[in-house]
Ligand binder design. Structure first.
Ligand code: NAD
Ligand code: GLY
Length: 370
């Protein structure tokens, strides 16, 4: 994509509140105009929520775009980091909403990664029982996953994302140029979610990943492949969300690699292993489970492993206290009537949801002896 090129559009075709994901360089500058096109009147109150690093790079550009179109803006900078993803931080957003007298027609703009997006989205979902939010993701992970689909929320000491609400955004605006300042470790973490879409349902996307020599940095991937990966990933997420907005069934496939990934994040301490890294380990681990259960072929496990490794992501679960891990698994949102639910691969582009995985097998996996 080149500066000034038109924004690509992916539809999130929900029955009640459809919206679009717009992708392209220059998207940040387009925000004010896009909101005006959507009927937001000049003078509308907009609360921009971001964190210090993202604000430093992009806050002023987003505010300028909003102000050019007559919006009344306030900026709230919250502390960065997964450990800040708490109700206390959401309270700060509510306090700012109160101070600015945000009304039902006011708007929250979330500028940042998944942490900012999940919390700003949750604050918007709960302020006055729900005001609109626009997601402007600035990490690869948030661009392809967190910003799309309306899951918002915070962590509880007992587990990740246990407190939350579904609250679909009005618009998702992706400017790939923001990835130039993203630390490489965070970029690689986002690649884990891109790989996920390939394995759970898009063999063409997976083949694109396989054909790359190196997936570990923005430079290695290059602008053309990045554009394809962003569009195919956003489209993959949009399809699943449109088919099952509230995770009554199909949407659970998006949790591929996440069930064990959440255990790693929770037990290792947030920030030690970051979300995408934990998902990468989780995908390798459920691949091993699927192999042990005779659900998928060793050759496919090897293909998945090769792509994860090419993205510079970790494969091996860290040493875990098996009983603590089993307990964390039991407190996961995805537990259904005490039964653990796993998304298991059956081929590249195909997964199944199973709640009958033998706990003894899971213990073996967690102990590193499967
Ligand atoms: P993050 O939001 O913590 O961002 C990672 C780091 O990158 C932060 O330090 C941030 O300040 C920095 N950063 C962000 N954009 C930058 C940029 N362009 N330049 C420089 N630095 C930048 O991490 P994340 O990986 O984006 O999100 C992880 C969170 O997303 C987790 O809390 C996870 O639970 C959540 N998540 C939610 C969903 C969902 O559907 N809602 C899906 C997946 C993940
Ligand atoms: N990231 C999982 C989901 O959005 O459902």
């Amino acid at each position: 994509m080149v500066a000034g090129s038109p924004l690509r559009t992916i539809e999130v075709a929900l029955a009640s509140n459809p919206y679009t994901v717009r992708i392209g360089e220059g998207a940040l500058e387009a925000l004010g105009g896009l909101l005006e096109e959507r009927g937001c009147a000049a003078g509308t109150q907009v609360l921009l929520v971001t964190n210090p690093e993202v604000d430093h790079h992009y806050g002023a550009r987003v505010l300028a775009s909003l102000q050019r179109h007559g919006f009344h803006t306030t900026r709230l900078v919250i502390a960065a980091g997964e450990e800040q993803k708490t109700l206390a931080t959401v309270s700060q957003i509510h306090d700012a909403a109160y101070a600015q007298r945000l009304e039902r027609r006011s708007l929250v703009v979330a500028l940042g990664g998944g942490v900012v997006g999940d919390m700003a989205g949750f604050a918007a979902a709960t302020w006055l029982r729900g005001i609109p939010v626009v997601q402007v993701p600035t990490t690869l992970l948030a661009m392809v996953d967190a910003a799309i689909g309306g899951k918002t929320g915070v962590n509880h000491p007992g587990g990740k994302n246990l407190i939350g609400a579904f609250h679909q955004p009005e618009l998702v605006l992706v400017d790939p140029a923001t990835l130039t300042t993203l630390p490489e470790r965070e970029f690689r973490a986002g690649m884990a979610e891109v790989i996920k879409y390939g394995v759970i349902g898009d063999p063409i996307l997976f083949a694109d990943l396989e054909s790359a020599a190196d997936l570990s940095s923005l430079e290695a991937i290059g602008p053309a492949r990045l554009q394809r990966l962003l569009q195919r990933s956003a489209a993959a997420k949009a399809r699943v969300v449109a088919a099952d907005e509230r995770e009554g069934g199909l949407r659970a496939i998006l949790n591929y690699g996440h069930t064990l990934g959440h255990v790693v994040e929770t037990l290792c301490g947030y920030g030690t292993v970051i979300h995408g890294e934990a998902v990468a380990m989780g995908m390798e681990a459920v691949g091993q489970l699927a192999l042990a259960m005779g659900l998928w072929k060793a050759a496919d496990q090897e293909r998945q492993r090769a792509v994860i490794a090419k993205a510079g992501l970790p494969l091996v679960l860290p040493p875990l206290d098996v009983e603590a891990a089993m307990q964390t698994l039991q407190s996961d949102k995805k537990v259904n009537q005490g039964q653990l639910r796993f998304v298991l691969p059956t081929g590249i582009g195909h997964v199944v949801i199973r709640n009958d995985v033998d706990p003894a097998l899971i213990r073996q996996l967690l102990a590193g002896s499967l």
